[in-house]
Design a protein around this ligand. Structure first.
Ligand code: FAD
Length: 372
């Protein structure tokens, strides 16, 4: 075999797995179609280190988010990667919200999140003097991270640990062979080549469903749906009025967490993301300027200092979800496929939020699945 393990995708998940496989016996290849790491979803998100608040009990999302948060802060401390525990407030803004906050608090505690507490008007005013709210649920250890430098460090650790990064190479087919797999690629000059590998980790993000399909894994359960999340930047100096992550109380079965503030390490302030189903699975990254009105209306009750003309279109990212509109919430799929007669093939599908927070815990989980 040319490789022991091949990781398809050098987003934050593929890089975390390759870093975790450092020192693994036999060559590890990391393949990505772009010319550098993290050019897709991993560089188009809110960069929030989530606490693991909302996820169903015993879900992979809940477990890996809670474990991942601790691991990522430790990793940042060890490697001098910037982060800030800016805290998160989920703010009650209408009748019935306070009861919902209590339910979210209970769920977060069952998920092992220990820092959440209800705070009232005076304490909210100390933390966020310009936010209009009488009750909120506060998680002081939620934070934001420099995700580019996180990925850069993970890439460095991978290379030091023996992984070979292969950029500008797109996987276009995979065949099962004796004791492993043959992977077909096209490089940036449209040249075809192929190699053999004993194991494959499918961390291909938006195209993870397509990669699974190359080996005949096409179940409806594994189908990936695209949901765009748009952001609007908040200008006119209004960034100085917010320090933390401010969220509304989420509606049941929503696909996102509701339009919220995202602060960044440079002091900038954004609103978003919304959630737009891309029914044709076309990864369209345009931000529609007319959506500023909806963003403005979503936050004006709790952030009264924001005006419509403070908002300008910013970035968009695409969530890979396993649910289409109206479906119940789905968990991550992280499966080793021996049951399908595909030993050593690991699929990671629907790695939406909290994938960034959970990346290091996901990597350890995958390593355990393969007993590496
Ligand atoms: C709007 C938005 C906001 C989010 N906010 C947060 C947040 O605040 N906190 C949080 O924890 N999570 C957040 N997430 C989730 C997080 O961004 C993702 O879980 C994470 O980035 C997924 O990483 P990935 O490596 O699986 O995917 P990607 O980053 O997309 O990486 C997949 C890689 O596979 C490569 N690839 C695909 N197909 C092929 C092929 N055929 N051949 C070769 N290479 C291929 C691509 O080039 C790509 O680089 C957010 C996501 C979105 C969309």
């Amino acid at each position: 075999m040319d490789a022991e393990v091949t990781i398809i995708g050098a987003g934050v998940i593929g890089l975390s797995v390759s870093a975790a496989l450092s020192g693994c016996k036999g060559p590890v290849f990391v393949i990505d179609r772009n010319l550098s790491f993290g050019q897709e979803t991993s560089s188009r998100n809110s960069e929030v280190i989530h606490s693991g608040i909302y996820y169903p009990i015993r879900s992979l999302k809940g477990k890996l988010c809670t474990e991942g948060k601790k691991k990522i802060y430790d990793y940042c401390n060890k490697n001098d990667i910037s982060y800030r525990k800016c805290g998160k407030l989920i703010v009650a803004s209408k009748t019935g919200d306070t009861q919902k906050l209590l339910e979210i608090l209970k769920r977060s505690q069952r998920n092992g999140v220990t820092d959440g507490r209800i705070i009232e008007k005076d304490e909210i005013a100390e933390i966020e003097p310009y936010v209009k709210a009488t009750t909120a649920l506060y998680f002081p250890t939620s934070g934001i991270i420099d995700s580019h430098n996180l990925m850069k460090q993970l890439e460095a650790d991978s290379v030091i640990g023996g992984s070979q990064m292969v950029y500008g190479a797109e996987v276009v087919g995979i065949k099962k062979i004796k004791d492993g797999y043959r992977i077909n690629l096209i490089d940036a000059d449209k040249q075809k080549f192929d190699f053999s590998t004993k194991m494959i980790i499918n961390a291909a993000g938006l195209d993870a469903g397509k990669i699974a399909g190359y080996l005949g894994v096409n179940d409806p359960d594994y189908r990936v749906y695209y949901w765009k999340g748009e952001y609007f930047g908040v200008g006119n100096g209004k960034n100085k009025y917010v320090n933390s992550l401010i969220y509304p109380v989420p509606e049941p079965n929503t696909v996102g967490l509701g339009i919220h503030t995202t602060v960044d390490l440079g002091g900038g302030l954004k609103l978003g993301p919304n959630a737009i189903w891309l029914s044709d699975n076309n990864p369209d990254l345009k931000v529609d300027p007319s959506h500023s009105v909806h963003f403005y209306e979503s936050v004006r009750n709790i952030l009264p200092f924001i005006e419509l003309d403070d908002l300008t279109p910013d970035q968009a990212g695409i969530r890979t979800k396993l649910q289409k509109p109206g479906d119940p919430v789905r968990d991550f799929i992280i499966n080793e496929e021996t049951n399908r007669n595909l030993p050593g093939f690991v699929n990671l599908l629907g790695i939406e939020s909290p994938g960034l927070t959970a990346c290091l815990a996901i990597a350890d989980y995958v390593k355990d699945l393969l007993a590496l």
